[in-house]
Design a protein around this ligand. Sequence first.
Ligand SMILES: [Mn+2]
Length: 509
Amino acid sequence: MTGPVPELAERATACAEHLRDRDRVLLASHIDADGLTSAAIAATALERAAIPFEAVFEKQLDEAAIDDIAATEYDTVLFTDFGSGQLETIGNHEDAGAFTPVVADHHQPADRDTEYHLNPLLFGIDGASELSGAGASYVLARALADVTDAPTDGVAADGGTATARADNRDLAALAVVGAVGDMQASGGELHGANEGIVAEGVEAGVLETGTDLALYGKQTRPLPKFLEYATDVRIPGISGDQGGALRFLDDLDLELKTDGEWRCWAELTAEEKRTVASALVKRAVSRGVPAPKIDRLVGTSYVLCEEPVGTELRDASEFSTLLNATARYERADVGLSVCLGDRDEALDRARTLLRNHRRNLSEGIDLVTEEGVTHEEHVQWFHAGDRIRETIVGIVAGMAMGNDGVSRSKPIIAFAEKSAERDAANPSGDAAGEEGGGADVAEEVKVSARGTHGLVREGLDLSVVMGEASRAVGGDGGGHDVAAGATVPAGREAEFVERADEIVGEQLS
Ligand SMILES: [Mn+2]
């Protein structure tokens, strides 16, 4: 078979054959929505192939993490959603005979290569937009089913579903969640190699696609919130306007409540959806929203049709948000269990994490808005200290832009204390003296910067700003043009701001 991505078929088969002949495998994956779905796909495929395995997760696959992996008794390590960029360190362990790596990744490879390396970038496919880590893992999973004896139990009885399980095509749904989680649905839909995976998922009966409103929360948000919270394309009088969103819905001649409770978008009939969507477009046009923005209101929806209507698991975008919430709070175990089908304890836990995450965001935004930011000539900034977690301070900064006193015409820089995880066991957040490098983390400050796409069009590149300004004060950083981050030594924040202000001034001049 050629598999869902023909260019990768031969390498995928080589990787799969190597895995098939192992007694056991260590599976190491990245902690984010793409990494969790990658791990779930790989774990399911290994289990179906009767290859015993254990899974570990890392936020960053640094040298220490790779050393820890090498110190285990496993002879074969399957890396998913990372590993390509770390092949120098991994290769040193391979040379020393510690383990044989199998890598299913989509990030930029290091200068060194290895035999069982499955990465779209090696075969002329864009890893940033056309295939995710979960996609690469899916290609591997399909090959693994192909090189192992598929269990034939139930094939005759269950027909298509059992066949999809036997050849791992049912895992396409998770691959799509991973791709969407890695922001690969640019312009409202998935492209390139991802399309082949979508097609297999549709064929296997686990995915449905359709043209739909490209707003977040189709499955779980009550209609007024669904419209009010949609801020990607701002519609005056509805976006961010609770009363406006309610009035807009009231004016439509539709029965949008069941037993006094607002329905969600996914529960509407096709006819009702058409009525709301066309009224929304009409409103946008009449309020002067430009045509290219209005186009962005519509996109392709990826529905996991075996999941119940009205749950976040049914919508690829909501599913990935749920997984990111588990990842952000170091609960990869919870995210993985949800991907593997736990619909009880793990799903409850994941939902609680997402609720808490949203509360933390809203408290963070309130804090920034109340205390305000300091305006320099070209940038604005605030220091959250330990009052906003470093893992969410960047999102908070971005969301606060446009609030009272926080401009959208300058990038925003946010500082937060870098500290070891503040969990229940360590509520004070005092990381000093903790194991695992606690002493030096307390001396570093996390910096996050956010801009707008408008500023980027004018020349802003925050990855350069963060990189140069942080290195000027003895730190390091990078990222993307519109969002970037850095770590700087505590006490050097003022110098950092001064340098960043200069660089932004040059970029926007
Ligand atoms: Mn990824």
